[in-house]
Unconditional design. Sequence first.
Length: 251
Amino acid sequence: MKSSRNAASGEERAPAGGVPASEGQLILQRRLRLVRRWLPEGTGRLVDFGCGNGAQTLLLAPHFAHTTGLDVQEDFLTQMRQAVADRGWSDRVAVERIGAQGDSLPAGSADVVTSFTVLEHVPDERAALARMYELLRPGGRLLISVPNKWWVFETHGADLPLLPWNRVPLVSWWPRALHSRWARARIYTKGDITRMLRESGFDVDEVVRMTAPMDMISWRPLRELVRSTVFRSDRTTIPFLATEILVAATR
């Protein structure tokens, strides 16, 4: 999987950073429902790799005795620290910035590692997966999601010439060489992500396509209509109805 390219020169560039979902968005609940069967009940340690503002992390935290959120962006982590303090969870939820030397957590310290729509943004996918593998204890579980290539819209946008709107339909369907030149982040098929996980040492337990939550539709009547009909279920077997591919895997 290649990193995004500079649209003007064609040279390799680092993928753009992402924007985490906000508290209350349906996408957070959809992920939680899809991974709930893989979570313990109030025991063990969770590490959320790429936690962003913590909106997803704090929905998962009640299932664990201790939780650590890791991210590279201090502004997002500041928001998470405030949310943790507001809930009175400072004794069981830690927040850490990943610096130039990585994070400070010991190998094998996590029972579960989660990483939702993060892999497409990191400078080195293989290195990120290797660190997730290292953090897990033997038999520990990885719960990871990546953007689905066959969704109708490029979820992270694309910097296309002469087109100020960056959510042009079907950009994600383009051949990989074109997509990697213009898109702001990587994109994956089910085969891509399962192959990468297996090559990184994981055993893949389950792969599902998560239905588009349609959080981006601002007009509420339309948003509720599509959610109650086409996008009613949390999962789908139809590739172009899914925004994310979610995988449960075991170290």
